[in-house]
Structures are given as structure tokens and as C-alpha cells.
Design a protein around this ligand. Structure first.
Ligand SMILES: Nc1ncnc2c1ncn2[C@@H]1O[C@H](COP(=O)(O)OP(=O)(O)OP(=O)(O)O)[C@@H](O)[C@H]1O
Ligand SMILES: [Mg+2]
Length: 244
């Protein structure tokens, strides 16, 4: 469902050039959840942005749901993959009521019955049609993140890219959001790529993960290896040791 081959992403040119992602290859099957962990600045968010087709300069191959990011149908590509960000406060427009925030992508894409679909999405994320008329600041952080998830789902994507989806939330509601994501994933047959600095989140959500450092993949492993702490690379073992 997600095919990334020899991805390089860089910012700037000449002496100012930053190589944010170096020769990264990742393959994620349909229905799988794949995690990305690693230190700050290691290129995790840049990989997600590139997978959305939003990196300014890149080389390699990206294909989502069989649609090539360069040569495929752009509209179809953007319907297939959606992103959820860390801070729902920043990603939701403060002057748009929740119903508008969820319906906007449908309106842009001329999807019929956007109102009924908005109500169904609100229900799916555990809110009610009455929430349609609320502003983001009138919701809790967890409710706002639910709305960001509903908005991401409004075009019926196959893939969600989640960048630290719970790290801006109270610990007590992190699990609620993770469980909501897992339920929606099962119901809608979604595929996830999840960035988190929290190894417990990745261990809970993801069957496999990649450990990143300085723009490169250090190691790809499965959940069982993460849990056992018996990673191949010393870098990974240190990361696991530091997180407990
Ligand atoms: N728009 C940009 N312009 C220039 N450099 C950028 C840009 N976006 C990211 N970078 C650089 O690319 C590298 C990777 O950044 P990225 O945001 O992908 O890291 P990250 O792993 O997501 O880190 P964090 O855990 O802090 O979110 C960093 O060196 C960063 O400074
Ligand atoms: Mg990041």
C-alpha cells in the first residue's frame, strides 16, 4: 500500500543544503501499521511529508495505493493518502466550526451529500451532530484531535500518515485516541504510518517500525523485537534503554 524506494529529500542548495532523508526504502502492506522512531531532526516528519507528495525536492520513488507520486493521477493520489498532525489546534482553522472543518475537503472535491457524511464521521469519532456548530476552542484537546481524524477521513483515504498524533494530549486521553484510530483502521481497512517518539505508542500500534538517525534508517524491526529489547544495532538498544 505504501512503497518508498531510495527516497532522498533535501532542503536548500549548495553549502546550505540539508540532506534530511537519505536513501530510505520502506514497504508497508495493506492494513499494516508501520512506525517511525528516532531522535529529533532525524527526518521522520520529512518522510511523511514526502509520502504526501509535499517535499519540495526529492528523488527516488513513492507510490501509495499503486499510484505513483510523480507520474500518477494527482487528484486520486491526494484522496488516497491523508495526514494527521501532532497539534490539532494548529491544523484546525479557528474560525471554522467543526462541521465546516470536516466538510471542507469534500466540498473542494465536489463530493455529494457532504452534510450527511459529516454527521456520520462525527458519529464515527464519538461526537454528535450538535458538535457541527462548535468552534475548535470549544472542544477539549482530545475532541479536537478526533475532529482532525474525521477531517482526514472525509475523502475516504486508504492511508493515514500520523505525525505524533497523541503527544500534544494528556496521558489520560492518549489511549482513547489510539483506540479510536485502531477501531477506525479495522472498520475502514486503513493502512497507517505513525511517527512517535514514544516507543510504548509504537509498540502498541505498530507491527513493524524503522529506527531513524541523521536521515537514514538504522534498523527495521518487528514489534516483538522492540518489546524484547534485543535489537540488532547498538543505537537501537540505547534508544530502547533510554525510553524505559
Ligand atoms: N522546510 C525545511 N527547510 C529546511 N530544513 C528543514 C525543513 N524541514 C525540515 N528540515 C530539516 O530536515 C531535518 C529533518 O527534519 P524533520 O522535521 O523531518 O525531523 P523529525 O525527525 O520529524 O524531528 P522531530 O522529532 O523533532 O519532529 C532537520 O535537520 C530539519 O532541520
Ligand atoms: Mg517531526
Amino acid at each position: 500500500m505504501i512503497e518508498i524506494e531510495n527516497l532522498n529529500v533535501w532542503f536548500g542548495e549548495g553549502p546550505d543544503r540539508v540532506d534530511a532523508v537519505k536513501n530510505v526504502s520502506i514497504s508497508v502492506g495493506e492494513g499494516e501499521s508501520f512506525g517511525l522512531v528516532g531522535e529529533s531532526g532525524s527526518g521522520k516528519s520529512t518522510i511523511l511529508r514526502a509520502a504526501m507528495g509535499l517535499a519540495p525536492t526529492w528523488s527516488g520513488r513513492i507510490s501509495i495505493g499503486g499510484i505513483d507520486a510523480r507520474s500518477g493521477d494527482r487528484r486520486q493520489f491526494l484522496k488516497t493518502v491523508q495526514m494527521v498532525f501532532q497539534d490539532p489546534y494548529a491544523s484546525l482553522h479557528p474560525r471554522y466550526v467543526i462541521g465546516e472543518a470536516i466538510a471542507e475537503p469534500m466540498r473542494i472535491n465536489k463530493i455529494p451529500d457532504s452534510e450527511a457524511r459529516t454527521d456520520r464521521l462525527l458519529e464515527a469519532i464519538g461526537l454528535t451532530p450538535a458538535h457541527r456548530f462548535r468552534y475548535p476552542h470549544e472542544l477539549s484537546g482530545g475532541q479536537r484531535q478526533r475532529v482532525a481524524v474525521a477531517r482526514a477521513l472525509s475523502l475516504d483515504p486508504k492511508v493515514l500518515l500520523l505525525d505524533e498524533p497523541t503527544s500534544a494530549l494528556d496521558v489520560s486521553i492518549q489511549a482513547e485516541i489510539l483506540n479510536l484510530l485502531n477501531r477506525l483502521k479495522k472498520e475502514l481497512g486503513l493502512t497507517f504510518m505513525i511517527v512517535s517518539h514514544d516507543l510504548a505508542v509504537v509498540s502498541y500500534m505498530c507491527e513493524r517500525l524503522a529506527v531513524m538517525a541523521h536521515g537514514e534508517i538504522v534498523e527495521v524491526m518487528d514489534r516483538e523485537t522492540l518489546r524484547s529489547g534485543e535489537a540488532k544495532e547498538q543505537y537501537t538498544r540505547d534508544l530502547i534503554a533510554a525510553s524505559v
